[in-house]
Design a protein around this ligand. Structure first.
Ligand SMILES: [Zn+2]
Ligand SMILES: [Zn+2]
Length: 93
């Protein structure tokens, strides 16, 4: 069995010398590289999006998060603070 021709991909070939994942990606997006998400594009522009506020802010408004895929926390600093407060209130009740 041969393997996908994409670098570091160990999957078995599905078609066009690509695995099913890369084959589908090429078919759908015309490229085998992962399409950038809206957030990745924003981060490259020095901004990020907070789903809680439904608003875009500059990266100063976000904490760094090593666990997050982009290294930036999902929610803005204000929402993170609110979350902490909510958790404290929950604990008291
Ligand atoms: Zn592959
Ligand atoms: Zn927010």
């Amino acid at each position: 069995m041969s393997k996908c021709t994409i670098e570091n991909c160990e999957r078995i070939i599905h078609g066009h010398r690509l695995c099913s994942l890369h084959y589908l990606r090429k078919y759908r997006h015309g490229t085998t590289t992962k399409p950038k998400t809206y957030r990745q594009l924003l981060i490259e522009a020095g901004k990020s999006y907070c789903p809680q506020c439904d608003h875009e802010y500059t990266l100063d408004e976000f904490y760094k998060d090593k666990q997050a895929p982009n290294g930036i926390a999902t929610y803005c600093k204000t929402c993170n603070k609110n979350d902490v407060l909510i958790n404290i209130i929950d604990l008291q009740n």
